[in-house]
Design a protein around this ligand. Structure first.
Ligand SMILES: [Mn+2]
Length: 343
């Protein structure tokens, strides 16, 4: 399986014009950013220039905005990391490689110029950073980039995730340094302004977690400030009492920070017999963003499908069976509340 990911990536890359830069689109969390940094650094070693475009709050890789942004630029193709498993070119006519580990929303198989690398069928399911590390290793020696793989593993799955790559990275770099780097890298995307530029820059510049944390490279102060902002918002939201509706526990907040997943995760362990929904009315104007978590053996993606309002689209009910959520427009949120018996 591991060889397949790397070798398939390498084969797909052969269809990219080496005279033009590769556009790497990646998610804004620790897994997506470390995958983006891995791709850029590995592509460089293989003789391909690359530009990284972080796809952030309210954006999609497959959107008019991204198409317009890249239509006039001379890129050779796209590598799309941690942004969902979708068998579609970003720009028609240019090769696209999709690397992802989320539950595919619909049948997603490679065809023509589109190569889909999904880790979802693997056991255990890898992170996008681990898949990117396999791709990097197929292109060029990449042992020195293992720490980037570990940043994504710890970011998505915690530092006990059962992967030999993580065990090796902990020996080389220490679990403490990796965890500290992850908490800083994850901070900017949760702030009200969401400027993850410094996080990506640090992942591109540093050569280990300790080097990233050393202050030798620019951007660390911005990450510390971001972490403080998120910490203060989280502490305030932790004081909000959940309301119970049948199997559901609902916590509603109003914060510009993306703290609803952290709040859902906190209550998940305290309310072990509930499906926890943490909803944020202040994250994006006109929308309610929510995170769903549960300690019960329930498939949240299937459950959310059952109670979906008619306006639910690709922003709703994706992710993983045990960690889902989404975004709904205000009208749809009202219907959703009725559907779960909360209104
Ligand atoms: Mn991920």
């Amino acid at each position: 399986m591991a060889m397949d990911t790397g070798e398939t990536f390498k084969a797909a890359l052969a269809g990219f014009d080496p005279g033009r830069p590769v556009a790497v689109l990646c998610h804004n969390d620790a897994d997506g950013l470390s995958a983006g940094a891995l791709f850029k650094r590995a592509l460089g070693r293989a003789g391909h220039d690359a530009v990284v475009r972080v796809v952030g709050r309210g954006e999609s890789a497959w959107s008019e905005e991204i198409r317009a942004e890249f239509a006039g630029r001379e890129v050779s193709g796209f590598v799309v990391g941690d942004l969902g498993t979708r068998a579609e070119a970003v720009l028609p006519g240019l090769p696209t490689v999709v690397v992802d580990h989320h539950v595919p929303r619909r049948a997603a198989e490679s065809f023509g110029d589109v190569t889909v690398l999904s880790g979802y069928a693997e056991d255990p399911v890898p992170t996008t950073s681990l898949m990117a590390y396999r791709c990097a290793s197929a292109l060029a020696p990449s042992d020195d980039l293992l720490w980037l793989c570990a940043v994504g593993l710890v970011g998505d799955l915690g530092d006990k995730a059962p992967f030999p790559e993580l065990a090796a990275a902990k020996k080389l770099y220490t679990a403490t340094a990796i965890r500290d780097a992850v908490s800083l890298i994850n901070a900017p995307r949760r702030t009200a302004t969401g400027d993850y530029g410094p996080a990506l820059d640090l992942l591109l510049a540093a050569d280990s977690p300790k080097d990233l944390l050393s202050g030798r490279h620019p951007g660390l102060d911005a990450l510390h400030a971001a972490r403080e902002e998120v910490k203060a918002a989280t502490e305030a939201a932790k004081k909000i009492a959940p309301r119970m509706f049948g199997d559901f526990a609902l916590i509603e907040m109003d914060s510009g920070c993306q703290i609803h997943p952290l709040i859902a995760q906190t209550w998940r362990m305290r309310l072990k017999d509930k499906v926890v929904l943490a909803a944020n009315h202040g994250y994006r104007v006109g929308w309610v963003h929510f995170a769903a978590r549960t300690a019960l053996p329930r498939n949240l993606i299937a459950l959310l499908r059952e109670v979906a309002p008619p306006g639910a689209d690709d922003n709703y009910g994706g992710g993983h069976e045990q960690a889902s959520g989404g975004a709904l427009r205000l009208d749809d949120w009202a219907v959703f509340l009725r559907n779960i018996g909360a209104a």
